[in-house]
Ligand binder design. Structure first.
Ligand SMILES: NC(=O)c1ccc[n+]([C@@H]2O[C@H](COP(=O)([O-])OP(=O)(O)OC[C@H]3O[C@@H](n4cnc5c(N)ncnc54)[C@H](O)[C@@H]3O)[C@@H](O)[C@H]2O)c1
Length: 371
């Protein structure tokens, strides 16, 4: 009989809103598999407040390097502003830990390739948080699509129509290429189109537009894209922080059914609706209903999937090619929008300005000090 897997020693880097509100409850839900041993934040008051909630046995540090040296955790959860993700992920991998980092995993494909090199050198893995892939509704939908149960995917809509006010953008790291990496394409809509890519697989071509219509930001506050998938399906993608009636939506019309997901910041089984085509036998359509177990999309669900992979010594979901594909889609959307030309999958490599930065040094979009 094999021994149960050991409890993993976990550290968090960043103790702000997402770590306190989502990672800490996820750690609590998996308390039999993980032990939170350390927390890092440069803001000592925030760190103290976090440790008050998380428990006195959680060691506090104001430096990630000092924490890694002293604690040698098995797993590091990163919830700092995006500009810090690459360096903190690489440092944690070098210290022998696995990483689960908030979205976006890093600011560019060049930064991603640094992380991939650090994975290769360390033997560890770095996953990105895209919690919407992990709810039972999404797992079921992907299974139905990939098994061909719904027929060939033909046309899809992917909509992130959210609303963010000036107060939201008053936080200094938001709305700037160097610190946030982009606007709603990188920060908000990335959840929904990550799920679309997860459902429909590889894309082949992107055409796009971006605009800065309302906010005093460097990056866009709105983007739209047309996407051709490798298997022929066409999709539209909208990433907006300008939309008073907020909704997150994915619709995929397949030959035998329409699949619709409607939610805002998280889904459960009831948020998924399947409408059969007229020619479909009702008995077949009944089998599409969501699974009996209802696992909401959440950090808890994703952490569980990562811990399963850890126990099996396997690459965790949301790492490697999965993580890179979503970042490549973001880079392609920006390149297509800013150049006005279609972008093909795989074309953005070293030497391409959109490999190094999402703004691609485009004179109308790059930070002013860079042009
Ligand atoms: N998955 C999701 O649904 C979701 C939702 C919201 C935010 N996020 C992501 O989470 C990340 C953090 O967002 P947030 O809203 O929690 O921000 P936040 O500002 O509330 O928290 C960030 C924390 O990082 C700390 N920090 C800054 N520099 C640091 C450093 N060098 N070392 C250690 N700590 C440092 C800050 O002091 C702060 O406590 C972002 O990447 C964001 O995109 C994800």
């Amino acid at each position: 009989m094999s021994l149960p897997a050991p409890r993993r020693r976990v550290a968090v880097v960043g103790t702000g809103a997402i770590v306190t509100g989502s990672h800490l409850p996820a750690l609590g839900a998996h308390a039999d598999r993980v032990e939170l041993v350390a927390a890092v934040d440069v803001d000592e008051r925030g760190l103290d407040a976090f440790r008050t909630v998380a428990g006195a046995r959680v060691a506090g540090f104001t430096s990630t390097e000092a924490m890694l040296d002293a604690v040698r955790p098995d797993l590091v959860l990163i919830g700092t502003p995006p500009a810090l993700h690459r360096a903190q992920t690489v440092a944690a991998l070098k210290a022998g830990a696995w990483v689960l980092c908030e979205k976006p995993l890093c600011l560019s494909l060049a930064e991603y390739d640094d992380i991939a090199a650090a994975e290769e050198a360390s033997g560890g893995y770095a996953s990105v948080v895209f919690q919407h892939r992990y709810g039972s509704g999404a797992v079921h939908a992907r299974d139905l699509i990939t098994r061909g149960e719904l027929g060939t995917p033909l046309v899809a809509h992917c909509q992130t129509t959210w609303h963010r006010d000036a107060g939201y953008y008053a936080v200094p790291w938001r709305g700037r290429w160097a610190s946030e990496g982009g606007g709603p394409t990188m920060g908000h809509g990335i959840h929904q189109y990550d799920l679309l890519l997860h459902l429909l697989g590889e894309w082949s071509e992107v055409r796009a537009m971006a605009a800065r219509l309302v906010h005093d930001v460097e990056s866009e506050d709105l983007s739209t894209a047309l996407v051709r998938f490798r298997d022929g399906a066409l999709a539209t993608v909208v990433n907006s922080v300008l939309s008073p009636h907020e909704v997150s939506r994915i619709r995929v019309d397949c030959a035998d059914a329409t699949l619709e997901l409607t939610h805002l910041y998280g889904h459960d089984n009831d948020d998924w609706v399947y409408t059969p085509a007229p020619h479909v036998d009702p008995g077949r359509a009944a089998a599409w209903r969501a699974p009996a177990a209802d696992v909401p999309s959440s950090h808890t669900a994703q952490l569980g999937a990562l811990l399963d992979a850890f126990d099996h010594g396997e690459r965790p979901p949301g790492s490697g090619p999965d993580a890179r594909a979503t970042l490549e889609f973001a880079a392609a959307l920006y390149k297509a929008a800013f150049t006005g030309r279609p972008v093909r999958a795989g074309e953005i490599g070293p030497g391409d300005p959109y490999y190094a930065a999402m703004h691609g040094d485009h004179p109308d979009w790059a930070p002013k000090e860079r042009v």
